[in-house]
Write a protein that binds this ligand. Structure first.
Ligand code: NOJ
Length: 774
């Protein structure tokens, strides 16, 4: 039976591979046919964006060519739902999704977002995000991506790309690469006309491969239509004209077959960019005060004067159009663009478009996605502290709700660009950040609303104060009697274009929590945050429970009520490290005063921390975190009930990989070498899900200096009924067991003993074993 099953699986694999390659051949054939009919001007139009406000009404678009029945390509943000549109869903942010450590939910979320893009008639989702990765805990866009750990982010990239593209929309892995801060993320022109270049992210080759490129490798393996090069410079050269990054790594080393697209106004040259491997410029229009187009007519001129070859331009068009055909976007019943798109985008840009702004009714694409949003929102909540079973709540008769994050939004239902700010609004719950990955709400279920709804079921009383200024000075005179439980909601905002300035949650959060906890001996703190916070109040004796709920999307109140009342047993785990104090992090954002900008290229960010970001930094320096990477509690308990068993999958040592080329299509690189099996049991009295994590320590004698103490190389989320035990199998690939040798320019498996550790967080690893490959 067993071998039969294996045989039929192998057949399915062969059939899939065969149909994938015939789909690919068919798409290339259609792209070639299309290409053969284009004039030079039309070719340049396919590689250059058209004005969003006069074009299709998308944040970027490739214009139609009606004589060939090509209706154009619409690009839209963002990675947590359709931005700049009406009647769409606000999904949990990338950070929240990473905190679920749940592959299935990662995929389902992306597929649901993809559905909404397609139903709006859009072709390209500008996401998912693997850069920023989260080198800086205060990076303003970390929440758009997933985790500061490359492995976890890589898994999330893979599942997100497959999820998006399962619906027939194109995914764009962004921002490639080293886009770790918003401060001076792009160039600016001073009043006297001097150009000041974007920050340069300077890193060595090993750091690039093992940290920042790692999740992009998973992305490429999932075959996204496109990769977006970022605003910043990389080792002094803008990423969108960096031949090593675009031609060398993406194409030659990783075998990427899609197209590259610039971030909006991240192109700085014509032939240099094109010959370095840039296939498409966005937004492609010159707008005074915003940016310049380097493509369009300049591409035609470059072809005519021979600095760009016709072959290269044809390759650009072929790469772009192949993805369009591969995803089936040429079919006649591909949804037409929602007629409201142009109007929504115009209103958000506050542009005067006269009769164009007619407010046609939007197409409602939300379907039943609220159910999934609520589920992912709850699954991404991490229970950090829970003294003596404070949670779940058991029929409290008198509930206190405190903090300006608990109630309704008071500044409107959208906080996108422009005018994004680094502060955010004062009153109203935070369920998504600001900027291009934000989404316009049609509604938001606030925590206060959801708690009141629960309370009504048992006739409980809900008292609340949402004014942080009053709370911070301890003005509680309206509260009587003291609640049985006091739930404080804190928020930490961030938006594209800004980095954060504080580790603590916003709006006087520490004083708010301390004042509430001083008066209420059963205080629960819930944070809605874009990332790492310090929690100076965490050890206050009256703070009995803490939940890091991240950015849960529009069902936020229901998601947190499900956790507070125990309908959902918490199963989220931290995708980053929470420090005791901010000094423990020590990776500041590069910042210069105007006096320090002594030459155009003055902005430099040296990634001297190398591989040692987030928990690797804490482990290397032996710093005790407040809550470590991978940590999270449950309402039940779990144990590993057997020793690890290690099974080599081949008796022969693998041949070394050739230098610098893992391409076609990364198969050897992902080849499984070892299985590690553990058994996990639910030893408590509630059903729940455990996240079993595997960390690997490389043999120190045969790996270069700077190798982390341990790195995440596997995780499995196991749903377990009370008393149930399950085997969890981690398959370690050649890649998992390799480091990047800068000398060999290849991935190498070090000789000697690896230590494998398995457990429940990066600091709770009760089982270990040794293994060696060479
Ligand atoms: C700039 C952002 O960096 C990018 O993420 C986004 O996709 C484009 N703007 C388009 O909005």
């Amino acid at each position: 039976m067993r071998s039969l099953a294996l045989i039929s699986l192998a057949w399915v694999g062969l059939v899939n591979a065969a149909s994938a390659s015939s789909d690919w051949d068919a798409a290339v054939g259609k792209a070639n046919d299309f290409l053969s009919q284009l004039t030079l001007a039309e070719k340049t139009a396919v590689v250059t964006g058209a004005n969003p406000l006069t074009g299709l009404g998308c944040i970027g678009s490739i214009g139609p060519i009606s004589r060939l029945n090509f209706s154009g390509i619409c690009f839209s943000d963002g990675s947590s739902g359709v931005n700049r549109a009406d009647l769409t869903s606000v999904f949990p942010a990338g950070l929240t999704t990473a905190a679920t450590w749940d592959r299935d939910l990662m995929y389902q979320r992306a597929a649901a977002i993809g559905d909404e893009f397609r139903a709006k008639g859009m072709h390209v989702v500008l996401g998912p995000v693997a850069g920023p990765l989260g080198r800086h805990p205060l990076g303003g866009r970390n929440w758009e991506g997933f985790s500061a750990d490359p492995y976890l982010t890589g898994v999330a990239m893979d599942h997100s790309i497959r999820g998006f593209q399962s619906t027939g929309v194109q995914a764009v892995a962004k921002h490639y690469i080293g886009n770790e801060q918003e401060t001076q993320r792009t160039n600016l022109t001073l009043a006297d006309g001097t150009n000041i270049d974007a920050v340069s992210s300077n890193m060595d080759d090993r750091t690039l491969h093992e940290v920042y490129l790692w999740p992009f490798v998973d992305a490429i393996n999932a075959k996204p239509a496109a990769v977006m090069c970022s605003y910043n410079r990389f080792n002094q050269t803008y990423t969108c004209e960096n031949s090593k990054l675009l031609n060398g790594i993406l194409r030659d080393e990783l075998g990427f077959e899609g197209y590259t697209v610039s971030d909006w106004y991240a192109t700085h040259s014509t032939e240099d960019s094109i010959n370095a491997g840039l296939d498409m410029e966005m937004p492609g229009t010159t707008v005074p005060g915003q940016g310049v187009s380097w493509f369009g007519d300049r591409v035609a001129a470059a072809v005519e004067n021979g600095t760009v070859s016709t072959d290269r331009l044809d390759e650009m068009v072929r790469r772009i159009m192949t993805q369009y055909y591969l995803l089936g976007q040429d079919i006649t019943d591909y949804p037409t663009l929602d007629p409201s798109s142009l109007s929504v985008i115009a209103s958000q840009y506050q542009q005067e478009l006269g009769s164009l702004v007619t407010n046609p009714p939007a197409r409602d694409v939300r379907g039943d996605h609220a159910t999934l949003i609520r589920q992912v929102g709850a699954a991404g909540a991490v229970l950090l502290k829970n003294v003596n079973g404070t949670l779940p709540l058991v029929s409290p008769a008198n509930i206190g709700v405190f903090g300006n994050d608990a109630g309704d939004l008071t500044d409107g239902l959208v906080y996108q660009d422009p005018p994004a700010t680094n502060v955010g609004f004062e009153y109203g719950t935070l369920d998504i950040g600001g900027g291009s990955s934000s989404v316009r709400h049609t509604y938001v279920v606030t925590p206060l609303e959801a708690i009141k709804a629960r309370a009504r079921q048992t006739n409980a009383r809900v008292q609340y104060i949402l004014n942080n200024e009053r709370l911070a000075v301890g003005d509680f005179h309206s509260i009587y009697p003291v609640p049985d439980v006091c739930i404080v909601f804190l928020k930490t905002f961030a938006a594209e274009g800004f980095d954060r300035v504080s580790f603590e949650a916003d709006w006087n959060s520490t004083a708010v929590v301390n004042q509430v906890a001083d008066k209420c001996n059963n205080t629960v703190v819930v944070t809605h945050s874009v990332g790492v916070n310090t929690m100076p109040w965490a050890n206050h004796t009256n703070v009995r429970a803490i939940i890091a709920a991240h950015l849960p999307g529009e069902e936020t109140g229901n998601s947190i009520a499900d956790i507070l009342w125990g309908d959902v047993n918490p199963s989220g785990r931290l995708p980053y490290t929470i420090p005791v104090q901010e000094a423990d992090y020590d990776i500041p954002i590069a910042n210069l005063t105007s006096d320090e900008v002594t030459y155009p290229g003055a902005w430099q960010s040296n990634f001297t921390d190398g591989l040692l970001i987030d928990y690797r930094h804490f482990d290397a320096l032996d710093i005790e975190p407040l809550y470590e990477f991978g940590f999270g509690l449950s309402y039940t308990t779990f144990e590993l009930t057997t020793d690890l068993s290690i099974t080599p999958l081949s008796s022969a040592a693998p041949d070394p990989l050739p230098a610098g080329n893992q391409s076609n299509p990364l198969t050897d690189f992902y080849a499984p070498l070892v299985n590690v099996t553990a058994q996990v049991a639910n030893t408590g009295d509630r059903d729940g899900a455990s996240v079993v994590q595997l960390y690997l320590s490389m043999p120190s004698e045969s790996t270069p200096a700077g190798t982390p103490v341990r790195v995440l190389r596997g995780f499995e989320k196991a749903q377990l009924a009370t008393g149930e035990a399950k085997s969890v199998v981690f398959q370690l690939s050649r890649r998992d067991l390799s480091y990047w040798s800068t000398v060999d320019q290849a991935w190498r498996i070090p000789a000697g003993q690896f230590q494998v550790q398995v457990g429940f967080s990066s600091r709770d690893l009760p089982k270990s074993a040794q293994l060696s490959i060479l």
